[in-house]
Ligand binder design. Structure first.
Ligand code: GLN
Length: 333
């Protein structure tokens, strides 16, 4: 009798400990409710403005709003316009960097691009001029164009295949370039061309100027929805293994470095403020998307087109901040 009681107690204790230690148990029960609640909470929030320096972005419906969470073991929770594809824009920078690291390791990023935050807007030319080593950052336009230029390939077509299939390894889905965005940005990207020329002048661009800017622009125009973005985030949360396809998208040893760059520069000149408030590595894009990563647990993505002065989606920031707060997800905690 005594023994059975002890065994029963042991079993109860064991199950409780398992439930406590498993973040996924809580996730299964609560995350759908959480994304629904947070979506409702910010559904009528309308601060910010669609960016118009890329004319096609100004034409996107400002009311679109979606939130997704994908756990490191592949459970998906979404609310709102989860099937709407929007241009990935700068979020691609944080994943194309992984393609470069997969090919050439991590030191090349320090030596040939730079990893410190510029503290300046994402298209700053001054950031290049101010720094004597012309060291920029892979998550601002200059460093992202340099990243594209560094990827080794036989020709532009092969380089595009590497860039596109790398992004597809992270989403586990087929991705398509949004042609209207690509055309609109190609017609207006004089500043990015200037950035590439300036980098080239300083020996910090490593391929043809036109090819590098074109492939960079095409990469920014790739369409994704929040669920795909959250899977990308979950792949970083899962040490580089895509939780849906179970395939390695990036070597586990590179993930902390990629997340470090996201933490210090993922939201441009507002990265410090974001990290202070939310405490999660994240990356935004002017298309209105943001992803955040809680290592070991989940990727969180949100989308809403109107952005603030730094180019970060207002509602996506609020939604992710609220989710992180409710989940007590903070890498410094
Ligand atoms: N394609 C955009 C650009 O080059 C990306 C910027 C962004 O998302 N912040 O300006």
């Amino acid at each position: 009798m005594m023994r059975t009681l002890m065994t029963q107690r042991f079993v109860v204790l064991f199950i409780s400990l398992f439930m406590l230690s498993s973040p996924l148990h809580a996730a299964e029960v609560d995350l759908q409710q959480l994304v629904n609640d947070v979506h409702k909470q910010f559904a009528s929030h309308n601060e910010g403005k669609n960016p118009d320096y890329i004319p096609a972005l100004a034409a996107v419906d400002s009311d679109l709003f979606a939130i997704s969470i994908v756990t490191a073991d592949g459970k998906k929770y979404s609310a709102g316009d989860k099937d709407h594809s929007f241009s990935i824009q700068s979020i691609a920078k944080a994943f194309n960097l992984a393609a470069l690291m997969n090919q050439q390791g991590d030191q090349v990023v320090v030596d040939k691009i730079g990893v410190n935050a510029t503290g300046l807007p994402f298209s700053s030319i001054m950031a290049i001029e101010l720094n004597e080593e012309r060291s920029v950052n892979p998550l601002v336009n200059a460093g992202a164009i340099a990243t594209v230029s560094l990827i080794k390939a036989k020709n532009a077509k092969q380089k595009w295949n590497i860039i596109e299939s790398n992004l597809e390894n992270f989403t586990g889905t087929d991705l398509k370039v949004q042609k209207n965005i690509y055309k609109s940005e190609t017609d207006t990207n004089v500043k990015n061309q200037s950035i590439a020329r300036l980098l080239s002048n300083y020996g910090r661009l490593y391929d043809d100027i036109e090819v590098s800017v074109d492939l960079y622009t095409r990469m920014c125009s790739v369409g994704v929805n929040t669920e795909e973005l959250a899977i990308m985030g979950a792949t970083y949360a899962n040490a580089g293994i895509n939780p849906m396809t179970k395939k390695e998208a990036v070597k586990a040893e590179n993930v902390p470095k990629l997340l470090a760059v996201m933490a210090t520069s993922g939201l441009y000149d507002d990265s410090g403020l974001w990290l202070y408030k939310v405490g999660l590595p994240a990356k935004s894009g002017v298309g209105g998307g943001i992803i955040a990563v809680m290592p070991g647990k989940y990727g969180i993505a949100a989308f809403s087109p109107p952005v603030d002065a730094a180019g970060n989606s207002v509602r996506a920031q609020l939604a992710i901040e609220e989710i992180a707060k409710r989940l007590k997800a903070n890498v410094f905690q």
